[in-house]
Write a protein of this length. Structure first.
Length: 241
């Protein structure tokens, strides 16, 4: 896919469960609670015409087939399900994307904000992919659960990430957010989770620094779930960095 993206001048990054699992793979004990066979790829797109041309180019390689009902979905060698999630110039002022052939509407808040912060991660000795940050994954899951509260898996995914976050990023916490270590009682059973939640909140704030409206929406989402971890994330978003 990268070769075709390059021909179109399109950039990308991995989102969703595959991005999550790449981050979690850094610690064998942090393995995800559930697996997925789908791959979600966020791609920079100018307009619906470019998106359709890109799909045609991918299909013409002989490796991909289109889904007849969902405009964003392709299948790689009839085995792997791919969702191509367009963001950027194609977005309307209300952050939606309208596709045709077939008609499909997407809500894309957060994708453009995450893009400047994506990680280049080496997954093999000669292969590097662009991956959504772990905080970006949480941001998108907060939005997804807000839009569809029945998606309880988003909440369980966020809580799993918080539970393993210290094992994955303790070096960064000690180097850049050590002050948070004194913000909570270390005798609390969830002390590390509270610390990590607040660090995550700070990093979400950084992602949304140029998007006041979206930042306010995330703060409202966190405030509506009055748990200690959610409150710690909200406190992190309100910290003066």
């Amino acid at each position: 896919m990268e070769a075709v993206f390059k021909d179109f001048g399109i950039d990308y990054y991995l989102v969703g469960a595959v991005a999550r699992d790449i981050h979690l793979s850094a610690d064998i004990e942090a393995e995800a609670l559930r697996k997925t066979e789908d791959i979600d790829i966020a791609i920079t797109i100018n307009d619906a015409g470019q998106y359709n041309e890109l799909k045609k180019a991918l299909i013409s390689t002989g490796n991909f087939t289109a889904d007849p009902t969902e405009a964003i979905k392709l299948y790689y060698k009839s085995a792997i399900e791919l969702d191509l999630l367009p963001f950027g110039a194609i977005e309307s002022i209300n952050r939606t994307v309208n596709l045709k052939d077939p008609t499909f509407i997407l809500n894309m808040p957060g994708f453009k904000e995450i893009y400047p912060f994506v990680n280049d991660i080496k997954v093999e000795s000669n292969f590097t992919v662009k991956v959504c940050t772990m905080e970006g994954i949480i941001l998108l899951k907060l939005l997804a659960n807000s839009d569809r509260p029945q998606r309880t898996k988003d909440i369980s995914d966020i809580e799993h990430i918080i539970n393993v976050y210290f094992d994955l990023y303790s070096g960064n916490i000690y180097d850049e957010h050590f002050d948070i270590m004194d913000s909570y009682n270390s005798d609390q059973s969830d002390y590390l989770q509270l610390v990590c939640s607040r660090v995550i909140g700070r990093k979400i704030k950084q992602l949304l620094e140029g998007s006041e409206q979206l930042s306010q929406r995330i703060e409202q989402i966190l405030a509506k779930r009055p748990t200690a971890w959610w409150q710690a994330m909200l406190d992190g978003m309100k910290d003066n960095l």
